[in-house]
Design a protein around this ligand. Structure first.
Ligand code: FAD
Length: 497
């Protein structure tokens, strides 16, 4: 409540925040978590907590009056629609040149993401986090993260036969015919549950297309893993619909200013608490925005010049290909991807074979590529507008397009096929204006020490995707989780003793 003192406060309930809360609580520390999004624990009038990807309603978007779907068109027809303004689950946050998609609610990105739990190849790790000992990560922290998240592989025998992965089998066949390895990647979806969905013995979730606006059954979001464990310690309290706006040194620790929101997004109360230790886990964008603002406006003036720097989009770029009528991708597609095409070392691209769960045969193959895009943006305070801006440019994605083309130009040549031009607006082949994977802005060993301690302010820590300098070579949340496991272990041993 207002005026309280807490030993540890965590801003945000995504991967970094959930790891911090669990491990602090297990070490005997009481933790207050502050989350700007909703709790997502109460069904709506349709009996479901989350709405379906094919039928976005008030629950779908964070404070928008129209959906902003990553796949905006179908056969050239725009598919976005009006929705009531509400504190919905997916934030499509617009900056100049890029829209950054993020989860809002208790569980952060784990509520909306595809659950692909990918550990980077060890040979690539040095380029991802150069100051981190790879032996420790691959022997201890990646295994710990994967265990905590509940990652698992699809049963390959089931994959080979089931309708809902026909799209991925077409992806595998075409990758193979062009000489690219197709690799199965683990996911946090409960694969046994999915087999029962496909068999029709339990309510359908992934097989019914639930993903982008939440998943009602099979996905092991953080609510079911790290956060459930954290709550069971009895030491963790979570305040949803509360947004941190300021952190500054005060008497009795750091003074944290928090706004309470209603579901229209209006501020209904402002509260102040003090805390000995504050963990910034608001995600790459959320943490960067807070730190850049607090440094520029005098709340935390001693933060160093690396704050806001080193931001990247994990090289995300999307495209679709048109297949022939004899290569259908299936009417029923599981919303959970299970494999990718690896051309990282030769071409700088790793492409998820993504579903297009529309309920009709589309003859399309759809891909989200992760590429080695070298461009990095910087967040800065805009005093006139009273907000934080990002200097990203859409043209910087050309590097990503070129890398993704090392895969898909070849597949098109082998198959005699073409790109789809109807999915992102008229005659647009590439969706080059979004990312699902924001990374950086408070980079490890630059804005912080080698364990996430912010320079200039003992007791302030960064423990989320903002520590990672822009790229992880694969989907990022396992690396975010493993790095948080590494850092919190050090912080508990050294700073709480
Ligand atoms: P987040 O998970 O973003 O958590 C930050 C939390 O802080 C949020 O809940 C936010 O609401 C809250 N917050 C922000 N500001 C404040 C504030 N001021 N006060 C209080 N709370 C605040 N990654 C993968 O590895 N595999 C995938 O398959 C995958 N698919 C994805 C699909 C989509 C559609 C999206 C959007 C992302 C996907 N990702 C995937 C990315 C992954 O979800 C993110 O990398 C990850 O969630 C980032 O973790 P984090 O701990 O840094 O922050």
């Amino acid at each position: 409540g207002d005026g309280a003192h807490v030993p540890a406060l965590v801003i945000g309930t995504g991967y970094g925040g959930s790891v911090a809360a669990l491990r602090l609580a297990q070490a005997g520390v009481d933790v207050q978590m502050i989350e700007m999004g909703m709790a997502w624990d109460t069904p709506g009038s349709d009996g479901k907590i989350f709405c379906n990807t094919t039928a976005p309603d008030y629950r779908s978007y964070w404070l928008r009056t129209k959906t902003k779907q990553p796949l905006s068109n179908f056969f050239g027809i725009p598919i976005d629609k009006d929705i009531p303004r509400y504190t919905g689950i997916l934030d499509a946050e617009d900056f100049s040149g890029i829209t950054v998609y993020q989860g809002r609610g208790v569980g952060g990105g784990s509520l909306v993401n595809g659950g692909m739990a990918v550990t980077p190849k060890r040979e690539n790790f040095g380029a991802i986090l150069p100051s981190v000992n790879p032996d420790e990560m691959y022997n201890t922290y990646y295994p710990r993260a994967n265990a905590g998240l509940g990652s698992g592989l699809i049963d390959p025998a089931w994959f080979d036969t089931v309708d809902c992965y026909q799209f991925a089998r077409v992806g595998r066949k075409q990758a193979g015919r062009s000489g690219f390895p197709f690799v199965f990647v683990p996911d946090v979806y409960d694969w046994d549950y999915m087999q029962r969905e496909a068999a029709g013995t339990v309510p359908k979730s992934a097989v019914a297309g639930e993903i982008l606006y939440g998943n009602n059954y099979g996905k092991k979001s953080l609510q079911k893993t790290y956060l459930a464990q954290a709550k069971s310690t009895g030491r963790v309290t979570i305040s949803p619909l509360h947004r941190v706006t300021s952190v500054s040194p005060g008497s009795g620790g750091y003074t944290v200013v928090i706004e309470q929101l209603n579901t229209n997004g209006d501020v209904t109360a402002t509260k102040t608490v003090t805390s000995d230790k504050v963990f910034f886990a608001a995600g790459s964008v959320g943490t960067s925005k807070l730190l850049v603002k607090l440094k520029a406006t005098g709340a935390l003036p001693n933060l160093n010049g690396e704050i806001g720097r080193g931001w990247g989009d994990n090289g995300n770029v999307m495209c679709g290909r048109a297949n022939y009528l004899w290569d259908p991708t299936g009417k029923v597609q599981a919303a959970i991807p299970c494999g990718g095409i690896d051309n990282w070392n030769a071409g700088g691209a790793f492409a998820e074979v993504a579903p297009l769960p529309t309920g009709i045969e589309t003859y399309a193959s759809f891909y989200l590529s992760i590429t080695k895009n070298p461009n990095r943006g910087t967040f800065s305070w805009n005093p006139a507008a009273g907000r934080v801006d990002l200097d990203w440019q859409t043209a910087w994605k050309q590097a990503s397009i070129d890398m993704a083309r090392t895969i898909f130009d070849k597949i098109n040549a082998t198959e005699g096929t073409i790109y789809r031009t109807d999915l992102f607006g008229a005659y647009k082949i590439w969706n080059d204006t979004l990312t699902y994977h924001p990374l950086g802005g408070a980079v490890l060993n630059k804005a912080t020490d080698n364990y996430g301690r912010l320079y200039g302010y003992p007791g302030l820590y960064v423990i989320d995707g903002s520590l990672i300098p822009g790229n992880t070579s694969v989907n990022p949340f396992v690396t975010i989780t493993a790095l948080a496991e590494r850092n919190i272990e050090k912080i508990i041993a050294a700073d709480l003793a």
